[in-house]
Write a new protein. Structure first.
Length: 590
C-alpha cells in the first residue's frame, strides 16, 4: 500500500498544474477498496485524515470555535469522516516526518499544520512544526501554487496566527512582505478587489504592532491609490461600486484609530460623493440606490459626521421615493359564500351575552390558532419563511424588517395578520352592519357601553359620541379623527387607575405625557389583560411600524383619505370596546 501512496504523492508533486488538498484526498480514498476488509493500513489512514479534514476559516470560526483549526469533512449524528476518535500519536509522528521529507510546499503545509493542530488533543506540543507551516505558506504564495485565491488567503490568515502564537517575528516580517507582494501581483481587472486583502490580513489583525512602518505606509498608500482609481472608474456605468467603499471604509477605520479626524472626513466624503454623483448622473433602480445610501448614512453616523449624514439622508429620501414608484402592487381576492356569512351572523346574534362584549371578543385574533397556522406554513414553505422581509413605506422608507418565523415570532404574527386580519374584519363588518340593521347597536347603547367604566372621560363625552355617530353613519374619516385621541386618553387613564405613571421627565427638565407606544409597553398592563397577546395586538393596530400603526400614521399626516376605510376604523373602535369591557375601579375623572 505504501508504494501506491508514494505513487499518488509523486504524481501530485510533479503536476504541471495547481491542485487542491481535496483532489489529493479523493485519489487516496480510491485506495480503500484495495484493502483487506479485516485489515487496516496505518499510513493510508493517516494520509486520508491529513488531507480529508477541512480548515475552519472566516465566518465558520464563530460557529465551530477556535480551539482547533481542522474539522472532519462530514459529520453525522453518530459518526464523522475522517474520525477524530482514530487519532493517535503515531499519526502525528508520521505527519511530522512527512513534512520533513516531502519537497512540495502544499504537502509540507498540510502535514505540519495538521500535526500542530492535533497535538493538543493528545497533550503533545512541538513548536518547530509551525516554522515549517509558515515557511510553506510563504513558498506557496511565491510560487503561486493554489488553485483558488481564497485558499491562499486562508493560509496567510493561519500563518499570521501561528507566527504570533509562537513568536516567530522574523518569519512574520517575511510573511508580511510576501502578502503585500502577492496581492500586488494579483491586482488585475480579473480579480475581485484583492488589493484590500493586505489591510484585512495585517492591519486588522493583532500583528499590526509587529509589522514595519514601511509595510504599513505601503498598505495605506495602496488603499489611497485605489480610492482615487475607483472613484473615477465608478462614474462609468459599467463599473462595480464596491471599490470606492472597500478603500474608503478601511482608510476611515485606520485614520480613526490614528486619531486623524480630517483624513476620516476626507475619505468618507469621497465615498459619499462618489455614490451621490453616480445616482444623479445615471438611471439606476431605486431599490439599489436606496440600499447604497442607507449603508453610507450608517457609516457616516458611525464616525459622527452629521453634516455629511444629513446630505446622505436627503439623497436616501429621493432614492426611496423612486423605489416606491418602481414597486408593483399585488392584489388577491377571496370568495366567501353568502350562506356562510349569514350563518356567522346568525350564530353571533343568537349568542348569549352583551353584544358589545361579544364584539370585543369577536375582533381579537385567535392567537393560539394563528401560531399553529404559521408553523404549518413554515413546514410547507421552509425557504420562504427563512427570508428576511422588509416593510417599505409609501415614500420608500424602510420601516423595519421581519426575520425568520423561528427567530422572530412577533414579526411572523404581524406578517400573518397583514394577510388574514382584513378577511376577519370583513366578516366583523358584516356582523356590525347586521346588528345596526336590527337596532342591536345604536348611538345610545354604544355610548353607554363605551363610558361604562369611566376610562373614556365624561367631560369629553361630546367628542366620543360624535365619533360614535360618525362611525355608525360610515363616516370613517370623521370617526377615526375624533375617536383616536379619546382612545389614547383612555389607555393613559387605564395606566393611571392601575397605579402606574403617565408622565416622564423630558431632557429640558419639564414633565411630558408618556407617548402611546411607551404606555402600551408598560408591564402594569400584564395585571389587567388576560395575556400579553392582547397588548401585543393593540400595539400592532395603533403604534407598531410593522403593523397598521394607525395612531402614528394618522397623527403624522402619513395616511391618505382613501386609506381610512372600514377595516382601519373597525380595528380602532374594536380596541375601544376592548377597553370598555374591562372591569376598572369606579373613579370620577376630573
Amino acid at each position: 500500500m505504501k508504494a501506491h501512496i508514494d505513487e499518488i504523492i509523486h504524481k501530485f508533486e510533479t503536476f504541471k498544474k495547481n491542485f487542491t488538498e481535496d483532489e489529493l484526498a479523493e485519489e487516496l480514498i480510491k485506495l480503500i477498496p484495495n484493502l483487506n476488509p479485516t485489515q487496516s493500513d496505518f499510513e493510508l489512514e493517516a494520509e486520508i485524515f491529513a488531507f480529508r479534514v477541512r480548515p475552519i476559516t472566516g465566518k465558520q470560526l464563530s460557529r465551530y470555535g477556535s480551539e482547533h483549526y481542522y474539522t472532519p469533512f462530514s459529520e453525522y449524528e453518530n459518526s464523522q469522516f475522517p474520525s477524530i476518535i482514530d487519532l493517535n500519536e503515531k499519526w502525528i509522528s508520521y505527519w511530522i516526518k512527512r513534512s520533513e521529507d516531502v519537497t512540495h510546499p502544499i504537502f509540507k503545509y498540510r502535514y505540519s499544520d495538521i500535526a500542530w493542530d492535533m497535538m493538543p488533543r493528545l497533550k503533545m506540543k512541538d513548536n518547530r512544526v509551525t516554522k515549517t507551516t509558515i515557511r510553506a505558506a510563504i513558498d506557496i504564495a511565491k510560487s503561486d501554487l493554489d488553485v483558488y485565491l481564497h485558499t491562499t488567503y486562508a493560509r496567510f490568515e493561519r500563518s499570521i496566527q501561528l507566527a504570533i502564537l509562537t513568536k516567530e517575528d522574523d518569519l512574520l516580517q517575511e510573511l508580511c512582505s510576501t502578502i503585500i507582494e502577492f496581492y500586488k501581483s494579483k491586482d488585475t481587472e480579473k480579480t475581485y478587489y484583492v488589493w484590500k486583502n493586505p489591510y484585512d490580513l495585517l492591519l486588522e489583525s493583532s500583528c499590526k504592532s509587529k509589522i514595519s512602518i514601511d509595510s504599513i505606509i505601503e498598505i495605506i498608500n495602496n488603499l489611497e491609490n485605489n480610492l482615487a482609481k475607483y472613484r473615477n472608474l465608478f462614474q462609468e456605468y459599467s463599473s462595480e461600486p464596491e471599490g470606492v467603499k472597500f478603500a474608503a471604509t478601511r482608510l476611515a477605520e485606520f485614520y480613526n484609530k490614528a486619531a486623524t479626524s480630517s483624513d476620516v472626513t476626507r475619505v468618507l466624503k469621497v465615498y459619499a460623493d462618489a455614490y451621490i454623483e453616480k445616482i444623479k448622473n445615471h438611471d439606476i433602480k431605486g431599490i439599489i440606490t436606496t440600499a447604497w445610501m442607507q449603508e453610507i448614512h450608517k457609516t457616516l453616523q458611525q464616525y459622527n459626521l452629521n453634516d455629511l449624514a444629513a446630505e446622505a439622508i436627503k439623497m436616501y429620501s429621493e432614492c426611496a421615493k423612486k423605489m416606491s414608484m418602481e414597486l408593483h402592487p399585488l392584489t388577491s381576492s377571496i370568495h366567501i359564500p353568502n350562506g356562510e356569512i349569514e350563518c356567522i351572523i346568525k350564530n353571533f346574534i343568537e349568542a348569549p351575552g352583551d353584544v358589545f362584549t361579544n364584539l370585543a371578543i369577536q375582533g381579537l385574533p385567535n392567537f393560539e390558532q394563528d401560531r399553529k397556522d404559521i408553523k404549518g406554513l413554515v413546514a410547507q414553505f421552509p425557504l420562504q419563511n427563512l427570508v428576511t422581509k422588509k416593510l417599505i413605506a409609501r415614500d420608500g422608507r424602510e420601516q423595519g424588517s421581519i426575520g425568520s418565523a423561528e427567530n422572530d415570532e412577533g414579526g411572523a404574527l404581524k406578517s400573518y395578520w397583514s394577510i388574514t386580519q382584513p378577511v376577519k374584519y370583513f366578516l366583523y363588518r358584516q356582523i356590525i352592519e347586521a346588528c345596526i340593521s336590527r337596532n342591536l347597536i345604536n348611538k345610545e347603547n354604544f355610548s353607554e357601553y363605551i363610558h361604562s367604566n369611566h376610562l373614556f372621560s365624561e367631560n369629553k363625552k361630546l367628542l366620543t359620541e360624535r365619533a360614535i355617530k360618525s362611525y355608525l353613519e360610515n363616516d370613517w374619516i370623521s370617526a377615526l379623527h375624533l375617536f383616536l385621541p379619546q382612545l389614547e386618553s383612555a389607555i393613559r387613564l387605564l395606566i393611571k387607575f392601575s397605579d402606574g405613571y403617565i408622565i416622564k421627565k423630558s431632557r429640558s427638565g419639564a414633565f411630558h405625557l408618556r407617548i402611546l407606544d411607551d404606555l402600551l409597553r408598560d408591564p402594569i398592563l400584564l395585571n389587567i389583560f388576560k395575556s400579553e397577546d392582547e397588548i401585543f395586538y393593540m400595539r400592532y393596530i395603533l403604534t407598531d411600524q410593522l403593523g397598521l400603526n394607525v395612531r402614528n400614521r394618522l397623527f403624522h399626516g402619513d395616511i391618505l383619505p382613501n386609506e381610512i376605510n372600514p377595516y382601519l376604523t373597525d380595528c380602532v373602535f374594536h380596541i375601544g370596546l376592548l377597553l370598555a369591557s374591562l372591569h376598572a375601579k369606579e373613579k370620577t375623572i376630573v
